[in-house]
Write a new protein. Structure first.
Length: 254
């Protein structure tokens, strides 16, 4: 596909979806509207390897997306119309939409043109995060962290399960590696992504999860010492998660 046509097509789809969600915002919860955009953006981004053969269209799209999100926050007419879609003005002051763009772009660069790595990272970010939010909101009974970024064990469990399924399915479809390494990679990536999501604040999981997912996949699938790689991944993710949870736990006085 012509890169310019692909860029225009992506922008049109994003504009149409934001307009539709803006119209829907009065009848749905803030979280439902925000997650609908999250899923739409993620699914749209996941097809990039088959739409673009070079990296520059992704850089252009990322720059335009960041400019648009900034305009929604800074321009009063746009802010009034789209703030509910992007959660602009939310009391948590999340920068999730900017981190999302950065996470997708980082996954694209770190995957080095390997669709299996990139698509897996984007789908984990898109689907596992959404599952965690929905399950945590409806069934969450065991919260942890401060009220600013409260997570639940049920939501984190849903994140892990969906992340594992996403990684295993993508690798089975797109990767030429045998089954055993793929399962080890799926386990490592799911553990790393879940811990990073648990310890992230103010939308930073949108950046850390795809980076951690690609790193886990490359360490396990491109190195023979899979157990060592898994231990390194889990240990690094635990450190990041702990650094994020420490101020939350202090704030919650639990």
């Amino acid at each position: 596909m012509n890169p310019l046509a692909g860029i225009v097509g992506c922008l049109v789809l994003l504009a149409v979806s934001m307009a539709a969600l803006s119209a829907w915002r009065r009848r749905a919860s803030l979280e439902a509207v925000r997650k609908a955009l999250h899923v739409e953006m993620g699914l749209l981004a996941s097809v990039a390897p088959w739409v673009f053969s070079a990296s520059w269209p992704m850089l252009v799209l990322a720059g335009l997306a960041v400019a648009w999100f900034w305009a929604v926050k800074a321009c009063r007419p746009l802010h009034r119309r789209f703030r509910r879609v992007l959660r602009a003005g939310d009391r948590r002051r999340s920068r999730g939409e900017f981190f999302f763009v950065g996470g997708v772009l980082a996954a694209y660069v770190l995957s080095s043109g390997e669709p299996a790595y990139y698509c897996t990272a984007v789908l984990v970010l898109t689907l596992a995060d959404t599952a965690a939010a929905l399950v945590g909101r409806k069934f969450g009974k065991h919260p942890y962290g401060a009220s600013e970024a409260r997570k639940t064990l049920e939501g984190s469990g849903a994140f892990f399960i969906v992340a594992f399924v996403c990684v295993a399915a993508c690798l089975a479809w797109l990767s030429a590696h045998p089954t055993a390494p793929n399962v080890a990679a799926a386990l490592a990536a799911a553990v790393a992504a879940t811990l990073l999501e648990a310890g992230s604040r103010r939308g930073a999981d949108n950046l850390l999860v795809p980076i951690g997912t690609v790193a886990a996949l490359r360490l396990v699938l491109e190195h023979e010492s899979s157990p060592v790689a898994i231990a390194l991944i889990a240990g690094g993710a635990v450190l990041v998660a702990a650094s994020g949870l420490r101020p939350q736990m202090r704030g919650s006085h639990v």
